[in-house]
Write a protein that binds this ligand. Structure first.
Ligand code: ADP
Ligand code: MG
Length: 333
């Protein structure tokens, strides 16, 4: 049995928000995010409780120690794990995952290298339900049922410097692939994977979760609408997986999107962390509430082992198969 650990992280107000003199409507206290919302002219406070809440003064190191270090330990013990940053565009997903190379990805790798000499990493982007490699020019890659990406470049790394090179290469490729990097990054998921000891840790910087307004849609091109629809589909697929796990339903719809297919092994009895990123500004209040609803839904979800897929059984990873079978047995017991 695994779990999803949910964290909320509120960033400081940005210059832009300070300029607009938009008030701060989010307060954090021990384990609680409180949001002031105005409905019909009355101000109300809505409170959301989480295992851990990171206020704006929280450092990258503190977020790492709380959210991601347990995942590194899980992977060292042979379980799969994933960490997702989820939230509206501009709330700190990339800052949390990557930052100025001081985010969760480099820190996880640093922690791994204290325990092992080498690991294998890959870096992909999911855009419009297509998986593109960020470390080669390959696009439209398939996802195997054991969650590997077919044809994605896998790089052997044995030092943090080598990891940073990989991350920079990925960032360059994304920049080449897009005319507007910020816009692209709000519409695609990037997933960094590290394989060590036969288990995989995936760190995903998700597409912006914001809803678009129907009046905006009218002005959008076909391409843009397709893009928005596919983001919506994959984030809904993620929400549906979380709901199915939460309700203990026997069928968990992993296959509904590339994102959930890729994260399936972590959800199947592995350990997952969600970091819900939030702006404290009144300008973002509606999206803040909807991110908090999603995060609350994911809380206290227990992940359970999946049926062993035939692809895995016939594969050449007997250790993983034995582990899955053992996990299955204990889940049934
Ligand atoms: P997202 O990836 O969710 O669109 P970013 O990570 O790009 O958002 O963050 C938007 C801006 O806010 C960036 O300029 C980033 O440096 C800043 N920012 C985000 N989170 C924090 C934080 N916790 N502390 C300081 N600055 C932050
Ligand atoms: Mg981003």
């Amino acid at each position: 049995m695994g779990s999803i650990d949910v964290y909320a992280r509120v960033r400081p107000l940005l210059q832009r928000e300070l300029h607009e003199e938009a008030p701060r409507v989010v307060q954090t206290t021990d384990g609680v995010v409180a949001v002031q919302v105005e409905t019909d002219g009355t101000l109300r406070e809505r409170r959301f409780r989480f295992g851990r809440v990171f206020g704006e003064a929280t450092t990258q190191a503190q977020v790492f120690t709380a959210c991601a270090l347990p995942l590194v330990d899980a992977v060292m013990n042979g379980a799969s794990a994933c960490c997702l940053s989820y939230g509206q565009t501009g709330t700190g997903k990339t800052h949390t995952m990557l930052g100025a190379m001081d985010g969760l990805i480099p820190r996880c790798m640093g922690a791994l290298f204290e325990r092992v000499d080498g690991a294998r990493v890959s870096y992909v982007e999911i855009h419009n339900e297509r998986v593109a490699d960020l470390l080669s020019d390959r696009t439209s890659l398939d996802i195997r049922d054991d969650c590997g990406v077919v044809g994605a470049e896998v790089v052997d790394v044995s030092s943090l410097d080598e990891v940073l090179d990989v991350l920079r290469l990925g960032a360059e490729r994304r920049a080449i692939a897009s005319t507007d990097l910020n816009e692209r990054s709000s519409r695609s998921h990037t997933i960094f994977s590290v394989e060590v000891n036969g288990a995989t840790l995936r760190l995903a910087d998700l597409a912006g979760s914001e809803k678009w307004r129907t009046e905006e849609l009218r002005d959008y091109s076909k391409h843009r609408i397709k893009e928005l629809t596919s983001i919506n589909q994959s984030l809904s697929a993620l929400a549906n997986v979380v709901s199915a796990l939460k309700d203990g339903r026997p069928h968990v719809p992993y296959r509904a999107s590339k994102l959930t297919r890729l994260l399936r092994d972590a959800f199947c009895g592995g350990r997952c962390a969600f970091v819900a990123t939030l702006s404290p500004s009144s300008l973002c209040a509606d999206e803040t509430i909807s991110t908090l609803h999603f995060a609350r839904r994911a809380m206290r979800v227990r992940t359970f082992a999946c049926e062993v897929a035939p692809e895995i059984t016939s594969g050449n990873n007997p250790r993983r198969v034995r582990e899955l079978e053992a996990a299955l047995q204990s889940a049934r017991a």
